[in-house]
Design a protein around this ligand. Structure first.
Ligand SMILES: [Zn+2]
Length: 132
């Protein structure tokens, strides 16, 4: 049994339930199980593949995602910042892009610096941007 309990819902009705994570055939699966009062039976409430963990399918249009780069643009009060070549996962069908948390927080730092120095317009290349 390789499932891992992620969350408990002890107050659930009619039975307490819990969310489990279990890899099935190399793909992650989330299963919500409810347990009857004497713990003899478990009921499957729902089972689904969490979309945030699947890298290959776009949750918006179900197109194919691929690794690439995107242009990050932010319009703050004093100016505009454009950062090119930001690593991202991009949907080849609808063009939606996802920037990883680490890159997103670095972009936030870059934005804060540009805003702090009240730069009117700044175009940068992510690969050249130095961490603050
Ligand atoms: Zn898409």
């Amino acid at each position: 049994m390789a499932e891992t309990c992620i969350e408990d819902y002890p107050a659930d009705k009619p039975f307490p339930s819990a969310l489990f994570f279990k890899p099935v055939g190399g793909r992650p699966l989330h299963v919500v199980l409810a347990f009857d009062s004497n713990g003899e039976k478990a009921y499957v409430i729902t089972a689904y593949e969490p979309t945030f963990m699947t890298q290959s399918v776009c949750p918006i249009c179900e197109g194919t995602k691929h690794q690439g780069t995107t242009t990050f643009t932010v319009d703050y009060t004093d100016g505009v910042l454009v950062v090119r070549n930001v690593p991202a996962t991009i949907c080849s069908q609808c063009g939606e892009d996802w920037i990883a948390d680490a890159d997103a927080s670095r972009l936030e730092q870059i934005t804060n610096v540009a805003r702090g120095e009240k730069r009117q317009f700044e175009v940068g290349d992510y690969s050249l941007a130095t961490a603050v």
